[in-house]
Design a protein around this ligand. Sequence first.
Ligand SMILES: [Mg+2]
Ligand SMILES: [Zn+2]
Length: 194
Amino acid sequence: MGPSPTGGSKRLDRRAVFVDRDGTLNPDLHYLSDAARVEVFRGVGEGLRLLRAHGFLIVCVTNQSGIERGFYTAADVDAIHARINVLLAPLGAGVDRFYYCPHAPGTNCRCRKPGVELFERAKSELGIDLRASAIIGDRSLDVEAGETLGLLTVLVPPPGHEADVLREASSGGPRPDVVASSFRAAALHILHRG
Ligand SMILES: [Mg+2]
Ligand SMILES: [Zn+2]
């Protein structure tokens, strides 16, 4: 896929699955800075492989406020993303593009989820049809971003937090279209919808 011509309109015809990173692809180790410590959840590789095999681009959108907080650098984050793809490659899977927000919440940027600026950037850079796309995440901010964009929203609650998530949804929080028990199950839901 080449770059779109300057000022030209790009066809928005690619389907994508947006995926959260921490707590969704990999265990959330809180301000992880060392790529050597990254692990990918069981089932993520298979789920991503199936989605890609059905023509979905895989786009990871992640909040990495640890950069602005000074806990790690953008280069550390890039190394973690490269490592995730190294771990996924033997499973026939991978992430096509990573986008991250480096800002702390107080910066009030528009790219930190549930803000949707990074998703909009992916849409225009990759030619994504949002109506044919989905998001998989572990937190209500992922669902909220997906709702704003009109994506199919799939929540995979962190183990042990299923009840919290459902309570949040039923008390005015963002309501996921689907609650799945694993990343693999989330991928299958997306493949089998309508
Ligand atoms: Mg997360
Ligand atoms: Zn930001």
